[in-house]
Design a protein around this ligand. Structure first.
Ligand SMILES: [Fe+2]
Length: 274
């Protein structure tokens, strides 16, 4: 297991910025259903910077790239270079792990399994990618790593990150693409009451529900948004967004989703898929 220790510098809580589903291209004009993903990513970065909120690390929960190129990952790395905090990322269904590795280890971006964050928390990063298909699955190796990370740190509260949503989110078309073996995932989690939340990307919308006593969170993409509760593919009118998280010493989590408000991004609403 690859473990990274994250010092907690800003408060008595661990403060995280989540960016997800950036879907970047090597070409800076590359667009996804009419949204130039470099522009929407930078609109997010600029509004995050304008907030001047302190944070300890960035977490990026997959679908960093849309075209699998090393340049698209470098575009992400260049974007977050305005900050000095480390970024921990994991792959989504659209990612190419060999290309992701091309920006490592020379940048602030870390690829690891476990982050020991301050004194009271750990963040576990899972790889749910099944190469070539949109749905997710956790291998036996990943499930075992989750189990080991939790059993090895019984006194730390845990935040678990993965790209795919580990329960139905209410949209038939998207729920076909969820984590397929979510029963196996929840069986491991159920043995460890220190798991406080599971945080994912993939569904390009905000979600905050309780499942088996664990908070399940999802976060808007920095580009296009999927319409909640839609049976068929549909885009939402909401702007790109991001999420702030404060992991408190007592195991509580305070979190807010924010969206770009200085300009409007309008995708092709009549698109039948992506
Ligand atoms: Fe995505």
């Amino acid at each position: 297991m690859q473990t990274y220790s994250l010092p907690q510098e800003n408060s008595d809580s661990v403060l995280l910025l989540q960016l997800t589903d950036t879907h970047l291209f090597s070409d800076e004009t590359g667009s996804l259903l009419g949204v130039a993903t470099r522009d929407s990513f930078h609109a997010v970065l600029e509004e995050v910077a304008a907030q001047s909120r302190p944070f300890d690390a960035i977490i990026a929960t997959g679908d960093i790239s849309q075209d699998h190129t090393p340049e698209s990952y470098q575009r992400f790395a260049d974007g977050i270079q305005r900050w000095t905090q480390p970024c921990f990322w994991l792959p989504g269904n659209h990612d190419d792990q060999p290309s992701m590795k091309t920006v490592l280890p020379s940048t602030q971006i870390k690829s690891c399994d476990q982050v020991l964050a301050g004194e009271h928390w750990q963040v576990i990063l899972l790889d749910s990618q099944v190469v070539g298909v949109p749905h997710g699955e956790l291998s036996a190796v990943q499930l075992d790593m989750l189990d080991q990370a939790l059993s090895g740190e019984p006194d730390r509260h845990a935040l678990v990150l993965l790209h795919h949503h580990p329960l139905a989110a209410g949209s038939r078309w998207l729920d076909q693409h969820q984590l397929k073996n979510n029963d196996a995932f929840w069986q491991v989690v159920s043995r460890y009451p220190q798991v406080k939340a599971v945080l994912c990307g993939h569904i390009h919308q905000e979600l905050d529900v309780l499942h088996q006593g664990v908070r399940v969170l999802a976060t808007p993409s920095t580009c296009i948004q999927f319409k909640p509760d839609s049976q068929d593919f549909a885009l939402d009118k909401c702007n790109p967004g991001w999420r702030w998280l404060s992991l408190l010493p007592d195991g509580a989590i305070e979190t807010q989703v924010e969206r770009v408000c200085r300009r409007t991004f309008s995708p092709q609403f009549d698109a039948a898929g992506y």
